[in-house]
Design a protein around this ligand. Structure first.
Ligand SMILES: [Zn+2]
Length: 226
């Protein structure tokens, strides 16, 4: 099998197979009556082109400054939530199935709102990342010493020489598949403390398509902001 994820859509509006690679995703439009063997052949013949495209970075999504008003988009574990601002007597942040619900007192300043949201994300990042690191550490027998979430300007994680792992709290906004990559990346660093070919081949042996999360994080980093 090809080692990239592919999204196949059947259509009766097309007579030929067409490929599109965007933001680390491969999309294929296929005529409805094309059989699977033929399709596999075509994909195989295109795989070099696809891999080449995937290794390149698409346009980076622009950063949009938040105003902290109802309806604004916030991400959590890869899902989009609409902010719902409720003004009352207390401060509180919680998540429902569609909304990030923010209880604030009237006239709360933007920097205070940002701090409230950041604390909420930070706490959830701490909890989730500790659990997932523990789980993947056991699954792949990669031992770490400790996990902490912190502020980073331009990195998603780091691992010290003694196996202390640190994550950027903002990674909690990314899809689980992307977080898994960051966690495995740091866990492999507990064994190999550099980015040598040996490191990448180790990581590739436990995470099937490392280009996808690498590109995703570059293209979408501005979405992972509050
Ligand atoms: Zn690294």
């Amino acid at each position: 099998m090809h080692n990239f994820s592919i999204d196949i859509k059947k259509t009766d509006r097309k007579k030929t197979v067409s490929f599109q690679v965007e933001r680390g995703l491969v999309k294929v439009l296929v005529p409805k009556n094309l059989d699977k063997v033929k399709l596999d052949k075509i994909i195989k013949s295109k795989s070099k082109w696809i891999k080449n495209k995937l290794s390149k970075v698409d346009e980076i999504l622009p950063y949009r400054k938040k105003d902290y008003v109802s309806g604004e988009d916030f991400m959590y574990l890869g899902k989009h939530y609409k902010l719902k601002v409720i003004k009352g007597k207390k401060y509180n942040v919680k998540l429902s199935d569609k909304y990030l619900i923010l209880n604030i007192k009237p006239h709360t300043k933007d920097d205070k709102i940002k701090r409230l949201l950041k604390n909420w994300y930070f706490e959830n990042a701490d909890k989730y990342l500790k659990e997932i690191t523990e789980e993947l550490s056991q699954k792949y027998s990669l031992e770490f010493k400790s996990v902490k979430v912190r502020n980073y300007k331009s990195r998603w994680g780091s691992c010290s020489s003694i196996g202390s792992i640190f994550y950027n709290w903002k990674i909690i906004m990314a899809p689980k598949k992307i977080i898994k990559y960051v966690v495995l990346h740091e866990l492999v660093h507990t064994k190999i403390h550099n980015h040598s070919p040996r490191f990448w081949s180790y990581l590739k042996s436990i995470y099937d398509d490392i280009n996808y999360p690498k590109n995703w994080l570059i293209n979408n980093k501005n979405l992972l902001e509050i």
